[in-house]
Structure formats: C-alpha cells, structure tokens
Design a protein around this ligand. Structure first.
Ligand SMILES: O=C(O)[C@@H](CO)OP(=O)(O)O
Length: 242
C-alpha cells in the first residue's frame, strides 16, 4: 500500500523582471517586475489557488522581483497572512562586473561563446567586481549582517549552489517539521541549486536546466522528506475544462 505524500513544496521563479525584458545581466541588482512579470505572478497565484494549495510558510530572497512575485501570489490566494522569511542565500547568482550589461552587446564585444561560458558553465565566475565598485553588496544595508567573507564580488553556479543549499538544510528542512506546505519564490540560479539537490542532477545536467519565469513546480515528499514521484507543474488555467 502506498502512503499518501504529506509534505508539499512549490518552487517558483519570480515573474519577468524589467532587466529580463531588456536582456541584461541582473544578479543582485534589485530591479522590479515588468508588467508581464506582474501578470505572470498573478497567474501563478491563480493556478496554485485552483490546485488547492494551502501554504504554511514561504521563503524568498531579499530582491524585490522575488518578494513582489511572492506578494502577488499570496494576495491572489488570499494567504497573505502566512509567515515569510527572506534570505540573501536565495538571491540570484551574483554576476559581478557583468551586472547591468546587455547580454547581446556583450556577445558582440567578446563573442557569443564567452557569454555562454559565463552564463552556463558550472564553475566559471564572471569578471569580478573590483574595489570601490558601487555594485559591491557590502555597501548595501540589507547585507550589513553578513560576514565580509560571505560577500560575493561575482559567483559561478557552483558558488551559488554552495551558499544556497545550507539554507535548504538549515532553515527550510527544519521548517517542514511544523509545516506541510512550503512555497519558495527565488531566482533562476538558486532554483537550479535546489533542483540539482532534489533531483540528483549532475554538474553537467544542471547547467542545461532552464527555469521559466512564473511557472510553479510542485514537489511531493513523504513524512521523511523523500521525494514522491516526479515534480509537476501547477494546473494551467488557460484551457477550458467544459
Ligand atoms: O541575469 C541574471 O541574473 C540571470 C537570470 O535572469 O541570467 P542568466 O539566465 O544568464 O543566468
């Protein structure tokens, strides 16, 4: 007899940001949602509501494109009251000195292969921020409590995984002791990190994983947090059932 799954996790990448729209390297730059990204977030909330998800707690980054997506989802579901925790560990990968640059212009300057190497290698870091750069996170109040050794000047996907997974193990897994249903709204590369861990993806496989904006993915676990079956997408609302 199969025991029914009793823990649920939803992973959601923020809706399209203004810099996704402009195709700029974003990383820790705190840009907002585009109108399309706003609509994607509302639609994600509708789909999760339609699927009957009742969240006990939510986790997100300290970047407003993820925070706003979470707000819109919870507002749509009338679940704005649940506890929400924010952590820099769920932030997008820090893109170093590439942050703010256009991906297309950069490809013209240094070649599409180099841009692809920066974007989709496992352990290649972008050009790092140099001293005095105003994009250095240490000058931002929201990172004041971090140890200076934790402040990135640019991260590879490997670095991102190494700082995101401790948050899964030390904060999110313990939260499942009292929560049955958890929502995480994060970013392309931190969701790659969680996907790699949850689905046992190799270093080679994870770089090829594309995480769409505004697309909720539902995981079911048993009481011991063992994955039950394959993750599924929340029900699409675009078709008509009758
Ligand atoms: O620019 C970024 O911060 C990320 C996500 O938008 O881009 P990429 O997909 O190239 O890692």
């Amino acid at each position: 007899m199969t025991k029914s799954p009793n823990k649920t996790l939803v992973l959601l990448r923020h809706g399209q940001s203004t810099w996704n729209l402009e195709n700029r390297f974003t990383g820790w730059t705190d840009v907002g949602l585009s109108q399309h990204g706003h609509d994607e977030a509302v639609e994600a909330g509708r789909r999760l509501l339609h699927d009957g998800l009742k969240f006990d707690i939510a986790f997100t980054s300290v970047l407003k494109r993820a925070i706003k997506t979470l707000w819109l989802v919870l507002e749509e579901m009338d679940q704005m009251w649940i506890p929400v925790h924010r952590s820099w560990r769920l932030n997008e990968r820090h893109y170093g000195a590439l942050q703010g640059e256009s991906k297309d212009e950069m490809a013209e300057r240094v070649g599409a292969d180099q841009v692809l190497r920066w974007r989709r290698s496992f352990d290649v870091r972008p050009p790092l921020l140099t001293e005095g750069d105003k994009r250095f996170p240490g000058d931002d109040r929201r990172y004041a409590s971090l140890d200076p050794s934790q402040l990135p000047c640019g991260e590879s996907l490997k670095d991102t995984i190494e700082r995101a997974l401790p948050y899964w193990h030390n904060t999110i897994v313990p939260a499942f002791a009292s929560a049955d249903t958890i929502l995480i709204v994060a970013h392309g590369n931190t969701l790659r990190a969680l996907n790699k861990y949850l689905n046992g993806l190799s270093d080679e496989k994870v770089v090829g994983l594309e995480v769409p904006t505004g697309e909720p993915v539902v995981y079911h676990f048993d009481h011991a947090l063992r994955l039950q079956g394959l993750p599924t997408f929340a029900q699409s609302m675009s078709g008509c059932a009758h």
